[in-house]
Write a protein of this length. Structure first.
Lengths: 171, 161
């Protein structure tokens, strides 16, 4: 008669496997959960109303006929306060700002890497930083110097904030 | 003959059952949560598609045909364009969950009912001509509410006249 082997799992083995499986699920959950938040955040990026708002700002800028939207080594210009040179009629710009709930407006180079870097180190609101960080770099061939971008932030009375960007081709 | 000790002990089985049950219960909660979120995302998508379709259709006409004047009577607007053509925009509210936007030529008005989603209601809508700093704007506003959506979604068309 031979001695039979002691088959089956011991408690320690079961525990180790369970902990391993649980940690796998935890990893899966913690990596997947932020994606839902990310999706919800992105629903406020470049939605149709914001895109048309950016279009109207672009239209106003183009009315100036200003080919030189960024001077010298400027990477961007804050046009939130409707400066002369970017708008033919500043009162009209303020009217648009109020009507479209615009809280920020920037003109940047088409290739926005330097703008991204500025935003990263600035004290701008987190939502705006995340939007700019999310944008691609919009690389253009070097012969398209006239290509610029407008970036607009809208803050609505109900607290929701949306963002949009659109290209501005000055000539 | 000595009996062979083979398989699990009661304690091992019990511990195993407890662990598997707790994993299942926690996963059930997570999956249920995902299912709810997925439904909310579906509703949001439906509402966004509706808003995008209506906004694009009207804004495209306003931009390309160039709005010159607008006549508004309660929830009906007649839009006059530069080329002499005109279009009519109506908001027909039978009840808050049965609202139809009508848009098109006077002879060919097309109905665009709000999405048939349970508990989706129109909480505010208006067609108006307003002035900001002396500049006239035509505004079409329609706000949709659903208890599962955090912020009300809206059609908010503002066009300078």
């Amino acid at each position: 008669m031979h001695k039979m082997s002691k088959k089956g799992f011991v408690l320690a083995e079961t525990l180790i496997v369970s902990v391993f499986i649980m940690s796998l699920f935890m990893m899966f959950y913690t990596n997947l959960y932020p994606l839902i938040g990310e999706y919800e955040k992105r629903s406020s990026y470049d939605d149709i109303t914001s895109k048309y708002t950016a279009h109207f700002i672009r239209k106003m800028i183009l009315q100036t006929g200003n080919d030189n939207l960024l001077k010298g080594n400027q990477d961007y210009v804050d046009i939130t306060e409707c400066p002369n040179g970017y708008f033919v009629n500043t009162t009209m710009c303020f009217a648009y700002k109020e009507k479209y709930h615009i809280s920020k407006m920037y003109v940047t180079k088409y290739h926005i890497e330097s703008f991204k870097n500025m935003v990263k180190t600035s004290n701008l609101p987190r939502g705006f930083m995340e939007y700019v960080e999310n944008l691609p770099k919009f690389q253009t061939p070097s012969n398209r110097q006239a290509y610029k971008r407008v970036i607009v932030e809208m803050t609505y009375p109900n607290g929701s904030i949306t963002y949009a960007t659109i290209e501005v081709i000055a000539r | 003959m000595k009996k062979e000790k083979n398989g699990f002990t009661t304690i091992e089985l019990l511990v195993c059952f407890v662990i598997i049950s707790s994993i299942t219960i926690s996963l059930f909660g997570v999956i249920l949560n995902y299912k709810n979120k997925q439904q909310i995302v579906g509703i949001k998508g439906e509402v966004h598609r509706y808003i995008s379709t209506i906004t694009k259709m009207i804004e495209d006409d306003l931009i390309h045909l160039k709005l010159t004047s607008v006549t508004i009577s309660n929830k009906s607007a007649t839009l006059q364009f530069q080329d002499g053509s005109s279009k009519i925009l109506n908001v027909v509210e039978n009840n808050p969950s049965d609202v139809v936007i009508q848009y098109g030529d006077a002879t060919n008005l097309i109905n665009y009912p709000i999405p048939y989603v349970e508990s989706l209601t129109v909480v505010n809508s208006y067609l108006t001509r307003s002035e900001v700093y002396g500049y006239p704007f035509f505004e079409f506003y329609l706000e949709l509410n659903h208890p599962d959506i955090e912020h009300n979604e809206k059609i908010d068309i503002n066009y300078p006249i």
